[in-house]
Design a protein around this ligand. Structure first.
Ligand SMILES: Nc1ncnc2c1ncn2[C@@H]1O[C@H](COP(=O)(O)OP(=O)(O)OP(=O)(O)O)[C@@H](O)[C@H]1O
Length: 392
């Protein structure tokens, strides 16, 4: 299926621009008209992280006239393995500012507009209304559903990508002409079921594979070239080196773009995606200790049994002295309960406190009423107790 171009061509290219974009201009199907359309285009990239890095750099290099960047975070050392728009000297700096500098270095003719804010229900509509197309480079479900619903309500195309470990996915959603994100994924996964890249890791170069597909689709949509990835889900396996395609159909029952939509305005996306499950929140209430409290119990020789519920490779990077590794899934499948000491107080921890709260809920319903978990997890422990150890 081909679609008409999203934008009209800009009046003219300057002599400098003709030189810069000459390798585009000589592609017969691209030509002057395609390049002028890019010059006139306004694209918003949500997130200047793993996917946003290559996406922004290639959108800029391609000559997209106006590039908006929404990002609230600062550059962390652990970002640099994949977020190539930032460098060593940017650590601690605003990601939006750092991304802007790299974009202008790649192409000074781009007009960069920064929105140094977290995208949420209060700002999304006003922001998206200013752009022709949205590229999503974020890493969490709440933002994806927010971006999707805002795009449906404003009738904007949404270019989506997702990465985890060695696997990537990409698609184009546009309710007026095809399915939306909710047609593919009507409900978010239960909290904790799908780990983030911060929990499960990601191969850095995967960002380039998926981010460049997103830019490819953006260029096609803006200029009207080729068949957009609309109604198709691209699934990439970096280890097998395979690209598979799956058809995505518009769901007539879709909550936001179906015949009788139930979502007609923005909702509370954090609550919808249940960032931490209700059971876990309840279990953690009054049963969360600080890393300092744990250290005091250890020093006082309290009768405790500390369990680290992360994965073995995380344990290898850094761990709390004396903690025994039993990955979360062992508890969720019920295998780990039998081996637990009955005469000691169980103290759980994970990386930041999300997974340990889930396991805490399992232990409480199995009768371990005095079990607790460490808020902030091993990262909190390193920050407060052993700052010489690495964080990840
Ligand atoms: N609602 C939002 N508004 C603006 N930016 C967002 C929003 N949600 C996520 N982001 C940004 O999207 C980017 C996603 O990048 P990435 O997936 O590489 O994760 P990260 O948060 O940088 O790294 P990690 O999770 O490993 O610490 C991040 O820079 C994050 O700050």
């Amino acid at each position: 299926m081909s679609l008409p171009p999203l934008v009209e061509p800009a009046a003219e290219l300057t002599v400098d621009e003709v030189r810069r974009y000459s390798r585009h201009l000589i592609i017969p199907d691209f030509g002057m008209s395609g390049q002028k359309r890019l010059k006139n285009a306004k694209v918003l990239c949500v997130g200047a992280g793993g996917l946003g890095s290559p996406a922004l750099l290639y959108l800029a290099a391609a000559g997209v006239g106006t590039l908006g960047i929404v990002e609230f975070d600062t550059v962390d050392e652990s970002n640099l393995q994949r977020q190539i728009i930032h460098g060593q000297s940017d650590i601690g700096k605003s990601k939006a500012q750092s991304a802007k500098e790299s974009v202008l270095e790649a192409n000074p003719y781009v007009d960069v507009v920064l929105h140094e804010d977290r995208l949420d229900s209060s700002n999304v509509m006003e922001l998206f209304a200013q752009y022709d197309l949205i590229v999503d480079g974020t890493d969490n479900f709440a933002t994806r559903y927010l971006v999707n619903d805002a795009c449906v309500l404003l009738n904007k195309p949404y270019i989506w990508g997702s990465i985890y470990r060695f696997d990537g996915q990409a698609s184009v959603f546009w309710a007026e002409h095809g399915p939306c994100y909710r047609c593919l994924y009507p409900e978010p996964p239960p909290p904790g079921m799908v780990p983030s890249c911060a929990e499960g890791g990601v191969l850095g170069v995967l960002c380039a594979s998926i981010g460049s597909i997103q830019v490819n689709e953006a260029i096609k949509m803006l200029t009207g070239m080729g068949d957009p990835l609309l109604g198709r889900l691209m699934i990439y396996d970096a280890l097998e080196m395979t690209y598979r395609q799956v058809k995505v159909r518009k769901d007539p029952e879709c909550a936001v773009c179906g015949k009788n939509p139930t979502v007609t305005e923005l909702i509370d996306y954090e609550a919808f995606c249940g960032v931490v499950s209700e059971e876990a929140q309840e279990a953690a209430l009054g049963s969360t200790i600080t890393p300092r409290q744990l250290k005091e119990w250890m020093d006082a020789g309290e009768n405790i049994h500390v369990i680290d519920v992360r994965e073995p490779n995380e344990y290898e990077i850094v761990s709390i002295p004396g903690a025994v590794l039993v990955p979360k899934n062992e508890f969720l499948m019920g295998n780990a309960l039998e081996g637990l000491p009955q005469d000691k107080r169980i103290v759980l921890h994970c990386k930041t406190g999300v997974r340990s709260a889930e396991v805490l809920a399992v232990l409480k319903s199995a009768g371990f009423q005095d079990a607790v978990h460490v808020g902030g997890g091993v990262i909190g422990w390193v920050n407060q107790i052993e700052p010489e150890k690495p964080v990840y």
